[in-house]
Design a protein around this ligand. Sequence first.
Ligand code: IPM
Ligand code: MN
Length: 386
Amino acid sequence: MSQANRIAVIPGDGIGPEVVAVAIRCLDLLRQQNDLDISWTELPWPSHAWHERHGESMPADALEQLQGFDAILLGALGDPGPRDNPERYLLPDSVSLAPLLQMRKGFDQWVCERPARLLPGARQYLADPRAKDVDMLVIRENSEGEYVGQGGRLRQGSADEVATQMEVFTRRGTERIIRYGFEQARLRAIERANRDEVRTFQTLTGETHASQVCLITKRNALRYWGDMYSEVFAEVAQHYPDVATHHELVDAACMKFVQCPWAFDVVVASNLQGDILTDLAAVLSGGMGVAPSCNLNPDNPDMPSMFEPTHGSAPDIAGQQRADPTAMLFTTARMLTWLGRTDAALAQAGQQLFEAVAADLAHAPETARGTNTIGEAICQRLNNKG
Ligand code: IPM
Ligand code: MN
């Protein structure tokens, strides 16, 4: 086996192991069919189970171990469930979810890409028929902002307690995420043209363009970073005269995501505002069961990117074969496309997996299916094509 494309697989907690098992079945099948140059190693950490045995969520050298891989595929971290078992080994969220943030930060995964596209067969929550055309890419800044974890508590527990939570925004961090947004907008316009799909976006001066970037801030109240984001956005936009620009305040954006979500193309948001907006965007695309996500380091090949669905460990349905593996599989497809930047067979396999999962969604029976049953149906589709 060559050294290329080594994947660290982290099943994690709750429904994580169930949906990851399906992803591995699909990966195994695709590898056999296409002779793919990938290998994977399943890691028992981070997880509650590991913490229960070792007193920590993951080994002290976890990041060093992970750095030897080309990508990380993660199921979910959090409450392991089942929720009706009061005896279960439980950790505070700030402990069990900390490894997620450590990986994002440690590997400088500064882009969090969360596409929200309502595919045929997915549940349409909004009554307006135009909501079937939702197709946006939310790009969440993933390395700084509200998530820097700086601050503290003074005089803890006393009536005079003071808590501070810092937000840190750098010009460098701002510029790279905004530039990434414009690049994605361009790519999406090309992809749409390739499938003869037309979308148009108007600028304030009335010109129409084939793609758009909408910047989200709360600059009417949080003016320092809001103003810096707006200035950098205007500067970067000059290099992309083919892309329409737009700005929304985050509260208004929440309203418009519900009122007219089809009007958005690429959306760039800060770490926290992007976190909140992408739960809403996930629902617009059919719910948490279908919403993929990835944490990317686009410029340092020595740092692995991490692929995890937007959903969490879903302790209410964990261990019952009730989790929808669709989000995990779309996420796995995105991982293959990502690794496929330098390997056409992997890119092709990513597309194949995406299409099989989308076809399953489009033709799913009315009756509820279990996690493995959905996995089997998708493997069947992969087999018929292969
Ligand atoms: C997400 C999650 C995480 C986040 C939590 C679990 C720390 O909500 O990936 O969206 O806030 O980033
Ligand atoms: Mn979230």
